[in-house]
Design a protein around this ligand. Structure first.
Ligand SMILES: *Cc1c(COP(=O)(O)O)cnc(C)c1O
Length: 348
């Protein structure tokens, strides 16, 4: 079975053996405060720094999901208000989750074909700026965050990179909190999230001093200072992360490959209009590198999904507003060249 679903997505093929190894090595039964477990956690964190070029002064934490990271940001890093820029379902959901916890949630929505402008929030007081770098629902991305960083230099900038972390290179200094879950570009089974915090984010956490919850950021940080977690974690996930990170190239190399593949996908749909299909987003500055959204009529999309299914290929369904008129193709690193060729052959 071949899957292009953008999450949960294809896991790296070697995960099969690593799961077996974890079982045989007894990793599945180790105590989460043991030296052995701490070593696995420490190693995974070091590898994340090394392979994803995360600055040494940024701290890394494991949580349960990206959704949990939304809540941690609202609980532990926001005193009064957060400002959410979004053009799709995940950005909107984040604002919804925040609004249950945070007093004031400002929503700044923009059109799918639009590059979000900092001007939209210039007169607002921005305490925590929430950006969805890669909007998985419609295949768009905010390519450059530097204007946000420059304009909102005093604010905490939180960035959802759930469907881009591990796929493309990110400029860490443009954000204070970055988070993702492992079932997308990292090619692992679902069930774990990764949070990356700048020193400024931790200062803000100290200022707010939230210690009310099991997942209050400061409590998480105290545990991770010992390479431990704030609850009994899924050690298998951490073990697999370790193994897969050891295997992969540095993100700069992966990023080059993913961006080239993305360009090839966009050219493919622009050059082959015999199905009447086109890219949902035409503006190349906002087309996502990791999630390709393709648009057609409801009948066309249905027919293509049926055709690929017969060949054992799963495409990503459209999401939200675009449920019936788009399909999505994950352009994640675990997907292999032969799988892409096979899909292109069927689509021709
Ligand atoms: C998948 C996804 C999420 C949610 O991830 P969970 O692991 O289900 O919490 C959040 N944001 C974006 C952009 C996503 O693609």
């Amino acid at each position: 079975m071949i899957t292009f679903y953008p999450g949960p997505s294809k896991v790296y093929p070697q995960v099969a053996n690593y799961m077996q190894e974890a079982f045989e090595e007894g990793v599945l039964s180790i105590n989460h405060r043991s030296a052995e477990c701490m070593a696995i956690t420490k190693n995974a964190i070091q590898l994340l720094h090394e392979k994803l070029n995360i600055p040494p002064d940024y701290s890394i934490y494991f949580v349960s999901s990206a959704t949990e990271a939304w809540e941690i940001i609202a609980q532990s890093l926001t005193s009064k208000s957060s400002t959410h820029f979004y053009n799709g379902a995940f950005g909107e959901k984040w604002a919804d989750y925040s609004s249950k916890i945070v007093k004031t949630v400002d929503r700044i929505s923009f059109a799918v074909e639009e590059i979000p402008s900092v001007n939209l929030a210039l007169n607002a007081e921005v305490e925590v700026l929430c950006l969805t770098q890669n909007e998985t629902s419609n295949g768009t991305q905010i390519r450059d965050l530097s204007t946000f960083r420059k304009t909102f230099s005093e604010s905490i900038i939180a960035v959802d990179v759930t469907s881009s972390l591990g796929g493309i290179e990110l400029d860490w200094h443009n954000g204070d909190v970055w988070f993702a879950s492992v079932q997308k570009c990292l090619g692992l089974p679902a069930g774990m999230g990764i949070m990356i915090c700048s020193p400024k984010a931790l200062q803000k956490a100290e200022l707010i001093n939230d210690r009310k919850y099991y997942n209050s950021l400061l409590f998480i940080q105290e545990n991770f200072a010992k390479y431990q977690t704030h609850y009994t974690p899924n050690v298998l996930s951490i073990y697999l992360l370790n193994k897969v990170l050891s295997d992969i190239s540095n993100i700069s190399e992966i990023s080059r490959k993913i961006k080239k593949q993305a360009k090839d996908w966009y050219n493919f749909f622009n050059d082959n209009d015999k199905f009447g299909l086109n890219c949902l987003v035409q503006n190349i500055d906002i087309q996502s590198d990791t999630v390709i959204a393709v648009q057609g009529t409801t009948e066309q999309i249905k027919a293509i999904k049926e055709r690929t299914k017969i060949s054992g290929i799963t495409l990503g369904n459209g999401y939200g507003t675009w449920k019936n008129t788009t399909f999505r193709i994950a352009n994640f690193p675990a997907i292999e060249a032969f799988e892409i060729s096979k899909l292109k052959e069927i689509l021709y």
